[in-house]
Design a protein. Structure first.
Length: 151
C-alpha cells in the first residue's frame, strides 16, 4: 500500500470489531537496506479470555528491522485495539500479532514480547521472533521487568 493510499491517518476511525477486520497500513522505509531497530511498546494491551470472557492485560513490546516498509503507527494502534473484544489465549494473541506484522511488512527481522499480567495467580510471558537478529544491530533489552507482584 502506498503512502497516498493511507485510509486512516488524519481521519476519524472508530476502530475494528476483530483483528481480522483491522487494516494494517504501511509506508515506504526512508532508509531501505539499513539495519535499524523500530520499537513499539503497548503497555495497556487488552484481550479477552476465550473461556471466561474476562479481560486479560499485557505489556507488548514489538521490535523490528524494516525492509522496504514501515508500519503506519495509527493503523498499528487500531489493530492492537481490535483485540479488546477478541477472545484468544495469551500465546495466540502474541504470536498472531507478530505473524501478521511479518506478513504485511516483510521486515528483515521482528520479535515480539508479550508480558501478560497474572491470570489465576500466574503471569505468562510469550516471546516470538523470526530468527537471529541481523549482525551488528543494536538490540536493547525490552525493558520489562519480570512480574514480582507485591513481593
Amino acid at each position: 500500500m502506498e503512502e497516498t493510499h493511507l485510509t486512516q491517518l488524519g481521519r476519524e476511525v472508530r476502530g475494528f470489531e476483530t483483528p481480522e477486520a483491522a487494516v494494517l497500513e504501511r509506508v515506504a522505509n526512508p532508509h531501505p537496506g539499513t539495519a535499524y531497530l523500530v520499537r513499539f511498546a503497548a503497555p495497556e494491551f487488552t484481550s479477552l479470555c476465550p473461556v471466561t470472557g474476562q479481560p486479560d492485560f499485557a505489556h507488548l513490546v514489538i521490535d523490528y528491522v524494516p525492509g522496504d516498509w514501515l508500519v503506519e503507527s495509527k493503523s498499528l494502534k487500531l489493530y492492537l485495539g481490535s483485540f479488546r473484544n477478541h477472545g484468544a489465549f495469551h500465546e495466540d494473541c502474541t504470536v498472531a500479532i507478530g505473524k501478521r506484522l511479518v506478513g504485511e511488512l516483510a521486515p528483515q527481522w521482528l520479535r515480539i514480547g508479550g508480558y501478560w499480567y497474572p491470570r489465576g495467580g500466574i503471569p505468562i510471558d510469550v516471546f516470538w521472533q523470526t530468527g537471529p537478529a541481523p549482525e551488528g544491530l543494536w538490540l536493547p533489552d525490552q525493558g520489562v521487568a519480570p512480574y514480582r507482584g507485591r513481593g
